[in-house]
Design a protein around this ligand. Structure first.
Ligand code: TRP
Length: 449
């Protein structure tokens, strides 16, 4: 029996859900901490270049694959290019999606902890040093971390069980604009802090001495992470798009909004970091130290904090839903099992990865992979390996293997939209820029450069 595919009710719903997938902890938690670790301005410049040169073209290529076939990666490749080995890369997507979502849910658990403590009025009233200790004490408590992670997973799979249309679309359509507004308020607040210009200098003064190869790799991985690229998520989502949506415009809008949110998060965080005399390179705990300090000096701080963590929770769940959809849709399309069963299998696998990652700062802190605990390891290999490898394959597939007619047909909707510059630019990037850039990064990994 053929499984019915669930579609989005409106075109806006599909776009809102894709923005929901893109905007998440990647923008608000990961981008600031990575920018802080890699010296600020130069990292951000490289990040923006990666979005323009690689991100947008690869996003469009995922849209072309998904929307032209209305299938997920494996089925789509079988339909577009029968017998092509590229379909095997669907497995990279499924594995990448599971691993990334596994550790990502742990940070979602941190968000619930902070939501809980702000809503119950316990978050504010400490010094910046105390916030650092509060975070360390929290993550080193195994049961608290695991409990919140499990709670998050339950909510995630409950939403998924209700279906794409009802679950994701409704949440994404009104929470994302609200989050955006809140970030603007916080930006203004941060810019009014004493010495905020030091933070702005850190963010926007480009000094390549601070960057190095590691910063370039991080910026590229982060661009893929933030735009949800390379692990076939956007192929799955765009397989639900309507045939008349304008893929070029949508990809540019989604990438633009996503990048704007990341930059706004940077403008919230760094002026505060310098104003309060803290260190920008605190790593993954950065926003959990800084944000409470920011909320504290705002009138009505508890309310702002609660509202912010609530919206961040929604931004996160729209992202984990999209990550979870990768294995779910794959199993439904590939093995013809029911959606319920696919959700159950995904839930079990993800829970195992998430619990192990949640214990990385306590019980399992001595378990190291490439010198990192499991959480840090997944936070490194997810974006910097799985997504880049998937991006390389997608670029080569669409740039070199797929017939140009299919790309033209999809990007212009059969000639309805003009693409005099966009299409040649996309093809050039997919053929040359993206593969060369990603291969250089891989050569750097294996120590050749
Ligand atoms: N883009 C999301 C973020 O920035 C994370 C994410 C959601 C993702 N879905 C994805 C990353 C699919 C890779 C693939 O938080």
């Amino acid at each position: 029996m053929k499984q019915k595919r669930i579609g989005f009710a409106t075109r806006m719903g599909a776009i809102a859900a894709t923005v929901g997938s893109a905007v998440g902890l990647g923008n608000i938690w990961r981008f600031p901490y990575q920018a802080g670790e890699n010296g600020g301005g130069a990292y951000i410049l490289v990040y923006l270049i990666c979005v323009l040169l690689l991100g947008i073209p690869i996003m469009m290529s995922e849209f072309v694959i998904g929307r032209s076939t209305h299938k997920s990666m494996k089925g789509a490749v079988e339909e577009l290019t029968p017998g092509s080995p590229f379909k095997l890369f669907a497995y990279i997507g499924v594995l990448g999606g599971l691993l990334i979502c596994g550790y990502y849910c742990v940070v979602c658990g941190w968000v619930i902890e902070y939501l809980w403590s702000s809503a119950s009025g316990n978050l504010l009233g400490h010094t910046p040093e105390e916030y650092s200790n509060i975070f360390s004490t929290f993550v080193s408590s195994p049961w608290r971390c695991v409990m919140w992670t499990l709670l998050f997973l339950i909510l995630n799979f409950l939403v998924l069980n209700r279906g794409v249309e009802k679950g994701i679309e409704r949440i994404a359509s009104f929470m994302m604009p609200l989050l955006f507004l809140l970030l603007i308020v916080f930006c203004v607040n941060s810019l009014l802090l004493p010495d905020s210009d030091e933070g702005m200098e850190f963010l926007f003064d480009v000094d390549f001495d601070d960057l190095g190869w590691k910063g370039v790799v991080d910026a590229m991985g982060q661009a893929f992470m933030s735009l949800s690229l390379g692990v076939t998520c956007l192929i799955t989502y765009s397989s639900y798009f309507k045939d008349d949506s304008n893929l070029m415009k949508d990809a540019v809008t989604i990438s633009g909004l996503d990048t704007l949110v990341a930059i706004l998060a940077g403008i919230v965080i760094f002026p505060a970091v310098f104003s309060f005399g803290l260190e920008p390179n605190a790593g993954p705990k950065l926003i959990f130290e800084i944000l409470p300090t920011i909320f504290q000096q705002m009138p009505g701080g508890t309310i702002w904090a609660t509202l912010f963590f609530l919206l961040l929770f929604f931004a996160s769940i729209t992202s984990t839903i999209s990550l979870s959809e990768i294995p779910i849709t794959f199993m439904i399309d590939e093995y013809k099992i029911s959606r319920g069963k696919a959700i159950a299998i995904t839930a079990v696998l993800m829970t195992i990865i998430a619990v192990l990652s949640a214990l990385s700062f306590s019980t399992l802190s001595d378990v190291k992979l490439l010198g990192r605990n499991l959480f840090d390891f997944l936070d490194f290999v997810g974006p910097n390996f799985f997504m880049l490898l998937g991006g390389l394959v997608t670029a080569i597939y669409v740039g070199w293997v797929l017939k140009k007619d299919v790309i033209h047909e999809q990007l212009t909707n059969g000639g309805m939209h003009r693409s005099r510059f966009v299409q040649p630019y996309i093809i050039f990037s997919l053929r040359y820029i993206a593969p060369v850039a990603i291969v250089i990064i891989f050569l750097y990994y294996v120590g050749i450069i």
